[in-house]
Design a binder for this molecule. Structure first.
Ligand code: DGL
Length: 272
């Protein structure tokens, strides 16, 4: 048994899709979340900058005595996960491998779509992970750089004409390719699940990277006998951001359905 908190980070609110799943799967666990809202989006940045940001994010989190870190960011998972695991002594899980495995399990026709940030798609990480499991899978990948700013501004609802227009432009090639599983390779994208699901149709299964990563962590903690021993009270959750705590709190409340007021603090991440 291990009562230490789990650390989770992302560039912004996207990683809350993993937190939402962690709360559901492991309600007693304490969680410390860092959202780098002052530097979001990550997805258009170079590898050098992403590595610097990733190291700072992990340096901030490892100040707390954590039992594991979830890189709830497709962009960092695709570009810096190996380095982070080499440099740190604590289990660090990314979203790519669990989501790739879920897509391979799900597909019936062997055609999988992958959407993510420009850095993620450029890295080819999801494609490599999927082909390691099943080399015969036909893949159709697409970078969707406008999705993250839309989500960070709370523009996620069905009926929002801008979101629907952007979605149809990005996803038309994937729908035309007949994919039956679509990896939402950026943790912000499950917040657009309704609009993306409407466009792709009910025959396409959407793979939520945050959910798959949360499930992988739950399995790991169970296997290592490292689950929290407390069974009687919900875990404590604390949130840190590098921009306005108020803006984050109002978005987080909507996305998490959890009252985060009074639990969000500002952090000067450049100091790490
Ligand atoms: N949510 C992150 C990801 O999964 C980062 C998106 C961004 O900041 O561009 O890739």
């Amino acid at each position: 048994m291990d009562n230490r908190p789990i650390g989770v980070f992302d560039s912004g609110v996207g990683g809350l899709t993993a937190v939402r799943q962690l709360i559901q799967l492991l309600p007693n666990e304490d969680i410390i979340y860092f959202g780098d809202t002052g530097r979001v989006p990550y997805g258009g940045r170079s590898k050098e900058i992403l590595v610097r940001y990733a190291r700072q994010d992990v340096a901030f989190l490892t100040q707390f005595d954590l039992k594991a870190i979830v890189v709830a960011c497709g962009t960092i998972s695709s570009t810096a996960l190996e380095l982070l695991t080499q440099e740190n002594d604590i289990p660090i899980l990314g979203v790519v491998e669990p989501a790739a495995a879920a897509a391979v399990r799900t597909t019936r026709n062997g055609r999988i779509g992958v959407v993510g940030t420009s850095a993620t798609i450029r890295s080819g990480a999801y494609e490599a992970a999927i082909h390691r499991l099943r080399p015969d899978i036909a893949l159709e990948s697409r970078a969707c750089p406008l999705f993250v700013p839309l989500v960070e501004n709370g523009r996620v609802a069905r009926g929002d004409r801008v979101v629907e227009q952007v979605t149809s432009e990005y996803l038309a090639p994937l729908r035309d390719a007949g994919v039956d599983s679509l990896v939402l390779g950026c943790t912000h994208y499950p917040l657009l699940e309704t609009v993306i699901g409407d466009y792709m149709g009910s025959g396409v299964t959407l793979i939520d990277t945050g959910r798959e990563c949360a499930a992988a962590l739950a399995r790991l903690l169970e296997m290592e006998n490292a689950l929290c021993a407390r069974r009687d009270a919900p875990g404590e959750r604390r949130y840190y951001v590098s921009d306005s705590a108020e803006d984050f709190a109002s978005l987080a409340a909507i996305f998490l359905g959890d009252d985060v007021a009074g639990k969000v603090e500002h952090v000067a991440i450049e100091a790490y």
